[in-house]
Design a protein around this ligand. Structure first.
Ligand code: PLP
Length: 349
């Protein structure tokens, strides 16, 4: 049945009694069908996973309307982000992205010596697509877009992003990280994989860590031009996927009822957090579309984090340059989110 009992866990670190709202995990847990599928396949752990990886690639290709040769499957999507950061350094070394976005590619690329341009968010805290386009030059290697964005939760207009990607991809590759896309209200209309199907120079990246609630299992994929998929795929094979992840991922993809329920549950909990921010009079990034909100607490993020922790709630412990008084808070189960709202009120009232 549904694994609703989180505690006690065999791993002591999960038994610290804290409500974990710091990592955008999906506290509702994986699909019961995924859990059943894994149980039924435990003996097959003795097999190498490559042929099954090809089955998942075919399934993804069918779902997204692309060729299976365009799909790279990895152990979570992080290996794609870091592999891609390295690819940038080998293909012109210049990335353009936004401030206040997910660090995987930009920080990875910077660490490896790339030239990274961070364009400020616009007045709505959106990716400023016009300013980003203006910052792209003929020698830009890639543009990183996160939609919905982590940490702001904001999603850009789908038609605007499609048009942007069609133009900008003539100059530089456009990487669209859709880690939270299935949680967004406009799903699936705002999915951008059609660009990849149509041969535009884009990468679409997805993960099973968010709506599929499999962060600890590790499974992710990207869709990209065939030749690049072969290249990057060869490199990332060393971080290859595990058998149970494939089994669970495929079962979860088929469990449409679960995914729809999950979208609703996340939305319900998210609304509690935005209502609390509103009630407390704190500024926050409006209409968030992932499983988290981004809020100006009016105090340094570390202070807020410490105060929430003292009340049993773990919120994100890192910051984004320029947003030191802003904190990102993930949604939890109804009980966890309620506890968080209570703590927010105690800390901020
Ligand atoms: N992309 C975004 C936007 C994320 O927020 C995260 C994780 O929080 C990831 C990618 C990487 O997740 P994973 O490696 O679990 O797929």
């Amino acid at each position: 049945g549904m694994p609703t009992e989180h505690f006690p866990s065999a791993t002591p670190n999960l038994n610290d009694g804290l409500v974990r709202l710091s990592s955008n995990e999906n506290a509702f847990g994986p699909s019961a069908k995924a859990v059943e599928a894994m149980k039924g396949e435990l003996f097959n752990l003795c097999r190498y996973a490559d042929p099954t990886t090809d089955v998942l690639k075919k399934k993804i290709a069918k779902q997204e309307g692309v060729s299976e040769d365009q799909v790279v499957v990895t152990n979570g999507s992080s290996p794609i982000l870091f592999g891609y950061a390295e690819w940038i350094t080998q293909n012109g070394n210049k990335l353009v992205t936004s401030e206040a976005t997910y660090e995987g590619i930009p920080r990875g690329a910077e660490f490896m010596g790339a030239d990274v341009t961070y364009v400020p968010l616009d007045a709505n805290m959106d990716f400023d697509l016009d300013a980003i386009e203006a910052a792209v030059t003929d020698d830009t290697t890639a543009v990183y877009i996160c939609n919905p964005n982590n940490p702001t939760g904001r999603a850009v207009d789908a038609a605007k992003l499609t048009a942007f990607a069609k133009r900008v991809s003539q100059k530089a590759q456009v990487f669209i990280d859709e880690a939270y896309i299935e949680m967004s209200d406009a799903y699936p209309a705002n999915v951008q994989s059609q660009l990849a199907a149509d041969g535009y120079n884009v990468v679409i990246c997805r993960t099973f860590s968010k709506i599929h609630a499999m962060a600890g299992q590790r499974l992710g994929y990207a869709i990209m031009p065939v030749e690049q998929a072969q290249q990057l795929g060869r490199k990332l094979r060393m971080g290859g996927v595990n058998y149970l992840g494939l089994v669970a991922g495929m079962a979860s993809m088929d469990d449409h009822a679960n995914l729809n329920t999950m979208r609703d549950r996340v939305k319900t909990e998210r609304a509690k957090l935005t209502a609390a921010a509103q009630e407390l009079g704190q500024a926050y990034a409006k209409n968030p579309q992932g499983n988290f909100i981004y809020m100006d607490t009016g105090m340094p993020h570390q202070e807020f984090s410490d105060k929430m922790r003292a009340l049993g709630i773990k919120v994100v412990g890192r910051t984004w340059p320029g947003y030191d008084t802003w904190s990102r808070i993930s949604v939890g189960t109804p009980e966890e989110t309620d506890a968080c709202v209570k703590a927010m009120k105690a800390v901020l009232a």
